[in-house]
Design a protein around this ligand. Structure first.
Ligand SMILES: Nc1ncnc2c1ncn2[C@@H]1O[C@H](COP(=O)(O)OP(=O)(O)O)[C@@H](O)[C@H]1O
Ligand SMILES: [Mg+2]
Length: 254
């Protein structure tokens, strides 16, 4: 498999404290890669830097053969590298449908004004977006809550809408930071099922997850981070039997 995303020597600190100490990671195209490591290892920060939310201090990120280091999130989303975000708090009254539409429009770099002016082109674009939003809604089985305000959703349904929002970008690679956190077991299975289906369709997935049972079932390869570095990588069984991984989780000092 060729690598879709390559991260090399990535560094980032906050207020003089370094959090990423030269991360090297390659994510094979088509893989369902797991990213694990003890709390504070820098996993979420890595996603924040790769997805353009934070600028790296050093190092490089290559996506589909192109240097995308320090590009802003919109530019990465246009290249179909997306991550999930918590639902915006700014639009509490927007329905699930409106939320997906709004996000699709943002991704197209289209202004609300141009959509409101109502040109023929804008209307066609609106129809295409609506069709896409409906496809996402059916896929995630959100039909029943499509007109509900996003704030009225359960925690688990919110997670589904967050995934739906990422799907509006027709991603090649999705970065998911604990999408099952705080979700009940049956919805966890449902989310896992959606991710497996997407992956079978060719979407590359990188999943940060605490639940080792899920990582074991879903992910290959598994990459382990500790103290802002890549510790090791392999199949779940390989990394789980690696003594350094156990040490990292136990917090032992080297
Ligand atoms: N915006 C930030 N400002 C200051 N420190 C941060 C920021 N983001 C992350 N950190 C620090 O970076 C370290 C790694 O955090 P994080 O990337 O969330 O780890 P993980 O997701 O592996 O648990 C933590 O010590 C955290 O406090
Ligand atoms: Mg985290």
């Amino acid at each position: 498999m060729t690598d879709l995303l390559t991260i090399s020597g990535l560094t980032r600190g906050f207020y003089g404290v370094s959090v990423l100490n030269g991360v090297d990671i390659a994510i094979p195209e088509g893989s369902f890669t797991g990213l694990i490591g003890p709390n504070g290892a820098g996993k979420s920060t890595l996603f924040n830097v790769v997805s353009g939310l934070y600028r790296p201090d050093g190092g490089a990120v290559t996506f589909a053969g192109e240097d995308v280091t320090a590009l802003p999130p919109e530019a990465l989303v246009r290249r179909r590298l997306v991550r999930t975000f918590q639902l915006a708090r700014g639009f509490p009254k927007l329905s699930v449908f409106q939320h997906l539409m709004l996000y699709g429009r943002e991704q197209a770099g289209e202004s609300l004004v141009s959509a409101l002016i109502g040109s023929h082109k804008a209307r066609l674009r609106e129809e295409a977006l609506a069709e896409q939003a409906w496809a996402v809604i059916r896929r995630l089985k959100l039909d029943g809550v499509v007109d509900n305000p996003v704030v009225a959703l359960s925690g688990g349904q919110k997670k589904l809408v967050e995934i739906g929002r990422a799907l509006m970008a027709e991603p090649r690679l999705i970065l998911l930071d604990e999408p099952m956190a705080g979700v009940n077991p049956s919805l966890t299975e449902e989310i896992a099922g959606h991710l497996v289906a997407l992956n079978r369709e060719g979407v590359t997935i990188c999943l940060i997850e605490h639940d080792m049972g899920l990582i074991r079932r879903l992910c290959d390869p598994v990459i382990v981070m500790a103290e802002g570095r890549t510790l090791t990588r392999g199949s779940f069984d390989e990394v789980a039997s690696d003594e350094r991984v156990l040490e990292a989780y136990l917090g032992r000092r080297h």
